[in-house]
Design a protein around this ligand. Structure first.
Ligand code: PHE
Length: 462
């Protein structure tokens, strides 16, 4: 028993910690956002900036979230009240986190639904012989609805709920441990096929060629935002998962391994997509449709393409599902621990909220959708959920988390937790972490935040 009457589950080993955390990081961000943004901003140079953002912003914030979660053994809000007392305003970082989690879930569950529907259609072989025109009409058909996108969103939530109801060990741990290795195998199969296509080299050149002329301020700031979204930071997911970590886990080591593996998956996704795109003379900067239109079109034209298409959309479904469970776990942990609602009830309640609000995203994803014409602050529901969370709340919470761990908790407490009471000899790495989290990370995040809220325009004319 811990914290009164709620008995807490946790992960059972270092391996479980790694796969679950990686499961949260790897998601639609790697396979959908990363390739199209890299395509849009010119390849290798964008990649380089992205890697720097991972090192100087992503990693340090991740270590901080793990510290906050594991040292308290609590959910995203409870962790702050445990560290600073129930009246402390720091708990609003947790509240902002839960709010962003909901906003992300509303549109993420919708895109995950499209991915499920594509996996299903790929299995049925319905992409055979498609042309550029039919690829487009298939995509709009899948997203305009009204019924199919909502039904698929419900399917996603049913799968995610079943995993979460099974619990932290029997659900999250068991599923991620099986599915993450499967994902790696499938992505490597896709890579081998894509890299052996004629003209594949052009794709490789594109991904690694350093063209700094495309590196505008917008590109740099986009890379920073992507790093954040990619590693599931700023919304309590890593605090919640951190609270399930084993006490002997080396959290700095875990952060580095997760960030490296996650980046590897993004690169592998790029290696599966760009060679194929170039081999067929298609447009690498095709935007969000790259995944849903270009890929089926390209893969349906190559030998073994139909099998590959199934592999590709199954692996994307796995990525989306494992990321989605880490999102839903945030409010579920909060509801069970702070409000005393039993786990199953919490999961069902949250799934219902996500389907109800998420259908607003599902029905506004395209201009032709039923709610596609409605604008709030000039944005559709879908874009509003994405924009407010990724571009405003995440960087803001990340900034506050950096300031919180850098200045408002005792350095010795952080050191004790990160070294597992002195058992791990980390040398100077904690001092390096401390320097980055105090100065560099807040400065970089402040710039992004000012930029996204339009203040840089007013202040610096950027
Ligand atoms: N990291 C996930 C991805 O790349 C998205 C995500 C964001 C998951 C925030 C959980 C929390 O798709």
């Amino acid at each position: 028993m811990e914290n009164g009457n709620v008995k807490r589950e946790g992960f059972s080993s270092g391996m479980a910690v790694f796969f679950a955390t990686l499961g949260s990081a790897v998601g639609l961000g790697n396979i959908w956002k990363f390739p199209y943004l890299t395509g849009k901003y010119g390849g290798g140079a964008f990649l380089l900036i992205y890697l720097l953002c991972i090192v100087f912003v992503g990693l340090p914030v991740m270590v901080s979230e793990f510290y906050i979660g594991r040292s308290t053994g609590k959910n995203a809000i409870g962790a702050f009240t445990r560290l600073k007392g129930p009246k402390s305003r720091w708990k609003y970082i947790g509240s902002a986190g839960i709010l962003s989690t909901y906003l992300i879930m509303f549109f993420y569950s919708c895109v995950a639904g499209w991915v499920y529907s594509y996996a299903f259609k790929a299995v049925l072989g319905s992409f055979t012989g498609i042309t550029a025109k039919t690829a487009e009409s298939k995509f709009t058909g899948a997203i305009i609805g009204p019924l199919p996108p909502i039904i698929w969103q419900i399917v996603v939530m049913a799968v995610v709920s079943a995993i979460l109801i099974a619990g932290v060990k029997k659900g999250i741990e068991r599923i991620t441990r099986i599915l993450m290795p499967v994902l790696f195998v499938l992505i490597i199969v896709c890579d081998i096929r894509a890299l052996t296509l004629p003209g594949a080299f052009e794709g490789l050149k594109f991904l690694f060629h350093m063209d700094f002329s495309q590196l505008t301020g917008v590109a740099i700031l986009t890379a920073l935002g992507l790093a954040f979204f990619k590693l599931s930071l700023g919304m309590g997911a890593m605090i919640t998962y951190g609270s399930y970590f084993t006490k002997d886990n080396n959290m700095i080591g875990t952060s580095i391994r997760v960030a490296l593996s996650d980046t590897l998956v993004s690169l592998l996704a790029g290696l599966a997509i760009f060679p194929a795109v170039f081999s067929f003379d298609m447009e690498p900067g095709a935007g969000p449709g790259l995944l849903f239109m270009t890929i089926p079109l390209v893969f349906s034209q190559i030998p073994f393409g139909s099998v590959l298409l199934v592999a590709f959309f199954v692996l994307t479904s796995i990525a989306a599902t494992c990321a989605m469970i880490s999102l839903v776990e945030v409010p579920v942990a909060y509801f069970t621990e702070e409000k005393g609602i039993p786990r199953t009830k919490s999961v069902v309640l949250n799934a219902a909220i996500i389907v109800a609000m998420g259908s607003l995203a599902a029905l506004s994803a395209d201009g032709k959708s039923i709610l596609g014409g409605i604008r709030i602050f000039g944005k559709t529901f879908f874009d509003l959920f994405d924009f407010t969370s990724s571009n405003i709340l995440l960087p803001l919470a990340g900034l506050l988390i950096a300031v919180f761990t850098g200045f408002f908790v005792k350095k010795d407490d952080v050191r004790t937790e990160l070294t597992n009471q002195g058992k791990i000899k980390t040398g100077a790495i904690i001092d390096v972490y401390y320097f980055i989290i105090r100065y560099l990370t807040p400065a970089l995040l402040l710039i992004v935040f000012l930029y996204y809220t339009g203040l840089t325009k007013i202040l610096f004319n950027l």
